[in-house]
Design a protein around this ligand. Structure first.
Ligand SMILES: [Zn+2]
Length: 261
């Protein structure tokens, strides 16, 4: 076992759940994790496709999927997350905007998503609007129990789209990869829900340490995919420890208990 895995076992986590008969269980060594996502885009979501032509993979979404698949891998290429778009569709039955998205809106979204496809690991919604729910966030990962099912959700705004506005580069193709990172951390099989080098010297708006993000103390750390913000036009970095942690998501554990537990 190399130093990196050693760290995972003896980090400052609550170890009760994964010690067994006094012997610490080793984390599974998952090499390839398949993350199955269902993607639904709504009227006025900028996916770079004429809405009269409903091809199942709009250019923006394809780019962002490619970005996620290119970054969630170890430097030696041996371990990786494969983000599979198992379902995609356009929906215009509801006008739901990121700025005014509320709990009712989330419920609607999840029901629409599940109406199309029942068993995705994550439901990704592309919505119109520049920022999300009164914050300055352009993407958001969250989970909710809706209709008695725990569902993992990613919201992507038009503000996240990689684009140039009056010569200024904005958004990033890597926002989706970042949000999926949060989901993989949230669902860590061992309960290690934080980034391996957490941004714990910063408090979130609710007063708790920002452990879901990567530390952002140095220039290099700020380039990391899981740092609190992504710089437009810059390809982010990722560490092997982060990929290994992501691969510990229960979505990838053999005999996957699924999202509903
Ligand atoms: Zn984040």
């Amino acid at each position: 076992m190399d130093g990196k895995n050693e760290n995972l076992e003896h980090g400052n986590f609550d170890c009760d759940e994964y010690s067994f008969g006094g012997i610490k269980k080793r984390p599974h060594d998952i090499r390839i994790g398949n993350l199955n996502i269902a993607v639904i885009w709504f009227f006025d979501a900028e996916v770079e496709q004429d809405r009269r032509i409903l091809i199942p993979s709009p250019p923006r979404i394809v780019r962002e999927l490619n970005a996620a698949n290119s970054i969630w891998r170890t430097s030696d290429g041996v371990r990786k997350v494969k983000v599979n778009m198992v379902y995609s569709n356009y929906n215009d039955s509801n006008q739901i905007y990121t700025e005014t998205l509320d709990e009712k809106g989330l419920e609607k979204l999840v029901r629409i998503g599940k109406g199309y496809y029942k068993a995705a690991d994550v439901y990704v919604f592309y919505l119109p609007g520049i920022s999300i729910m009164g914050s300055d966030a352009i993407g958001r990962a969250l989970y909710r129990v809706i209709d008695n099912e725990l569902t993992y959700i990613v919201i992507m705004s038009n503000g996240a789209r990689d684009r140039v506005e009056s010569t200024e580069r904005k958004g990033s193709d890597y926002v989706l990869a970042h949000e999926l990172g949060h989901i993989m951390y949230y669902t860590n099989h061992y309960g290690w829900k934080q980034d391996p080098k957490p941004n714990d010297d910063t408090l979130k708006s609710d007063g708790t340490p920002d452990i879901g993000h990567h530390d952002d103390d140095t220039e290099e750390e700020r380039r990391n995919l899981m740092s609190p913000s992504i710089t437009s036009g810059v390809i982010p970095t990722i560490t092997d420890e982060q990929v290994i942690r992501a691969l510990q998501s229960r979505f990838f554990i053999p005999g996957n208990p699924g999202p509903r537990n």
